[in-house]
Design a protein around this ligand. Structure first.
Ligand code: SF4
Length: 298
């Protein structure tokens, strides 16, 4: 039988749902239990998985990933608590410029992971065309990016600009972001929990921009976006069907995009012999987007 939630329980439920939101889980709905039950289970739909969270527990040694979810069992309520709390704030905002602004405001002066107190100067949100067909996603800001508040502005950024130019477009045509938005100290690789805490905001950016192709730059970006672990050799050379985990686009006609993996420009600076391989990856992307490389000037 339906009943109104006790205010304390409602507050606890709201806090729990916000926690799931921050883990990148936004879509909840209620499903009645069999006859005689006085509870409903909250089911979370994340990516292509549907997990009944009242029964789902992580196996020993299993780690949380953006494509997996934990969940709660909820008393039957006569008010739509879930709907009023759960959707991401930009849901229903069709203009990607406005949607990105809302996501940035929601991120705020973020302290959600330890990187906020490890020397960052500022949050590096992302830059470029909010209606880009092509997105590049790197690992995290370095010293130059932390200083300027923009991704890929140092030496690796110059190389990325050259790679984009070689494709016949400019940096302003694409959107560039990172898995984590704060500089890891000493330019270390971001930890898995930092990636998992920060990446839901990137997923929302992707859903707002609705690109046709994403290029993951380096293993950290690829593994986080694809929620899989493999070597760069295994990850490169093919397209993946990609949908941002835990968030739905406002556009019902956007059913995800293609994702390709290539080397991070910082790696290419250390090992320029791999530039030819990266160019092969970009040519694959150009073919998918119907782009032609500009003729070399004589
Ligand atoms: S890396 Fe992301 S989650 Fe962590 S503090 Fe910065 S913005 Fe927040």
């Amino acid at each position: 039988m339906s009943r109104t939630l006790d205010p304390d329980l409602r507050r606890a439920l709201a806090a729990r749902i916000r926690y799931y939101n921050e883990m990148g889980i936004y879509d909840f709905y209620q499903r009645p239990l069999p006859e005689g039950g006085d509870e409903v289970a909250a089911t979370v739909v994340v990516g292509e998985e549907e997990t009944n969270i009242s029964e789902r527990t992580l196996e020993p040694g299993e780690e949380m990933s953006p494509r997996k979810a934990a969940a709660v069992a909820l008393p039957v309520v006569d008010e739509n608590v879930l709907e009023s709390i759960a959707p991401n704030l930009e849901h229903g905002v069709k203009d990607p410029v406005k949607a990105l602004k809302i996501i940035r405001e929601d991120l705020g002066d973020c302290t959600r992971c330890v990187l906020h107190k490890q020397g960052r100067k500022q949050i590096v949100f992302g830059v470029g065309n909010p209606k880009a067909e092509l997105m590049f996603v790197g690992e995290g800001p370095g010293a130059d990016e932390d200083e300027k508040g923009e991704p890929f502005v140092g030496r690796a950024g110059q190389l990325l600009n050259n790679m984009i130019k070689a494709m016949g477009i400019t940096r302003e045509d694409v959107y560039i972001a990172n898995i984590v938005k704060c500089r890891p100290p000493g330019n270390r690789t971001p930890e898995r929990d930092e990636c998992e805490t920060c990446s839901p905001f990137l997923m929302r950016q992707i859903a707002a921009i609705k690109p046709k192709v994403i290029v993951a730059l380096g293993a950290t970006a690829a593994k986080t976006l694809l929620a899989m672990s493999a070597s760069m050799i295994q990850l490169r050379g093919r397209f993946y069907d990609f949908k941002p985990a835990g968030v739905r686009s406002n556009d019902p006609e956007w059913d995800g995009c293609k994702l390709a993996v290539t080397y991070h420009p910082a790696f290419l600076l250390r090992d320029p012999r791999q530039k030819g391989e990266a160019w092969k990856d970009l040519q694959m992307v150009m073919k998918e987007l119907g782009m032609k490389a500009p003729k070399a000037s004589s």
